[in-house]
Design a protein around this ligand. Structure first.
Ligand code: BGC
Length: 444
């Protein structure tokens, strides 16, 4: 039987969240609008017109929510700072109410013996900055640095664990290439210019934290997915390689000083060559104390000549008759193990799994929330993680996604990933069976 003790007594167990997904109070206490507040108001962008206005009301319930983290047996609480809550216009004017809110959250963690891991950017760019191009604009780097500096100087005495950016590939691709996430921009030119500025911001952020925060433990996070060719044909194998360059290699390699992975995909050369001068390569590099990996699914891809540039197409889990979550994401713990190994081949000092979890259609009965599927999922994935750790990979922590059901971006409130059920009408929290499973796993 799987035991938490098998991971070692120093292993850090946590739950992860993000500001927009849980806080609510999106338009009060001096907070400025973020791109998600605006994007979700646009017809058809978020399922059922859901908006993050109230989300989980964490803004008012943070004390009892942090108590829940503790009840479930976790040591770490990962949350993000909403940029537009502390800098309503993205720069300049500081909102003191926003500043004190995060002081309260951090203090509450410390009082309850929970270690705060603070993410600086989890996708909620201030709308005012987006008006000038947001991540596609040259000015974003100085604006981001101002935000990081403010956070570091304000909270650095109390917070030692920092995550600069959450999944750079996630928001640059969904928000600036495909237009399905905020701010809804499309096209490769927008995408690659957002990529460049984000890669710079990530390393700049690391440098600012290093200079400003004594004894800081600084990380950043990458989404990762094993990319599996549909067949062993050359065309499918090459298609898989292109997707791998995009989804797994695009950000980690510049961070490690290797530049963009242009050698393995010439199209990347075309789009990044103007950005990839030695000067930028140096600026995109930072020696992070840990790299956060976030895994949700593998991707099976086949060649498709009709898809411009990338010429690859995903073959969905459902059509391959593979077990999948409510999001349609394949459940495949071997692929989790494989992608950890792929990243471990880089010169990374320390890997933390900063997100992993699943949405299912939970069953509510007699005041209980039954989610056997989620328990089975965690057992599988944690076994794969232990296997990777026992093979000698330096993995030092795991954070489950997520504490409670929340605003799941373009999916609205339907996709439920929580260990705790949330009734969005009453804001009543109910620990799911999976939450009790974690409690037993971590405390018995
Ligand atoms: C994001 C989370 C999101 C989760 C599930 C991750 O990519 O960081 O904010 O809720 O995936 O979709």
């Amino acid at each position: 039987m799987l035991k938490a003790a098998d991971f070692g007594s120093d292993f850090l167990w946590g739950v992860a969240t993000a500001a927009t997904q849980i806080e609510g109070a999106s338009n009060s206490y001096g907070k400025g609008m973020s791109i998600w507040d605006i994007f979700s108001k646009r017809t058809g962008k978020v399922k059922n017109g859901h908006q993050p206005v109230n989300a989980c009301d964490f803004y008012h319930q943070y004390k009892s929510d942090i108590a829940l983290v503790k009840t479930l047996g976790f040591k770490v609480f990962r949350f993000s700072i909403s940029w537009s809550r502390i800098l309503p216009l993205g720069k300049g004017l500081v909102n003191e109410e926003g500043i004190s809110f995060y002081h309260h959250v951090i203090d509450e963690c410390l009082v309850q013996g929970i270690i705060p891991y603070v993410t600086l950017y989890h996708w909620d760019l201030p709308e005012e900055l987006s008006k000038n191009g947001g991540w596609t604009s040259y000015s974003i780097n100085s604006e981001f640095n101002e935000f990081v500096m403010l956070c570091a100087r304000t909270y650095g005495d109390k917070v030692k664990n920092w995550i600069v950016i959450n999944e750079p590939f996630g928001f640059t691709s969904l928000g600036y290439m495909l237009g399905v996430h905020a701010p809804g921009e499309t096209g490769l030119t927008n995408f690659f210019s957002a990529v460049k500025h984000t890669a710079i911001a990530q390393a700049d952020g690391g440098r600012i934290l290093r200079a400003e925060v004594g004894k800081a433990n600084i990380g950043t996070t990458f989404s990762c997915s094993e990319i599996i060719p549909y067949t062993q044909s050359d065309a499918d194998i090459l298609a898989a390689k292109r997707i791998d360059c995009l989804m797994n290699r695009l950000f980690v390699e510049p961070t490690l000083g290797m530049g963009f992975p242009t050698a393995d995909w010439d199209v990347l050369e075309k789009f990044t060559v103007s950005h990839s001068t030695w000067r930028h390569n140096e600026r995109m590099t930072f020696d992070f104390d840990f790299i956060g990996l976030q895994n949700y699914f593998p991707l099976v891809v086949k060649f498709n000549a009709f898809i411009p540039v990338i010429q690859a197409w995903e073959v969905k889990a459902k059509s391959r008759r593979k077990p999948h979550t409510a999001m349609g994401w394949e459940i495949n713990a071997d692929s989790f193990h494989n992608i950890i190994k792929q990243f471990a081949a880089y010169p990374i000092k320390n890997i933390m799994i900063t997100e992993n979890g699943a949405a299912f259609k939970d069953v509510l009965k007699d005041g209980k929330v039954m989610d056997e599927d989620r328990i089975a999922y965690f057992k599988l994935y944690l076994s794969a993680l232990l296997k990777a750790k026992n093979e000698g990979i330096n993995i030092t922590g795991y954070m489950a996604w997520t504490l409670m059901d929340n605003f799941e971006w373009a999916e609205g409130y339907h996709a439920r990933f929580g260990l705790v059920h949330n009734d969005f009408k009453t804001q009543q929290r109910t620990i799911k069976d999976s939450g009790f499973w974690w409690k037993d796993f971590l405390t018995k």
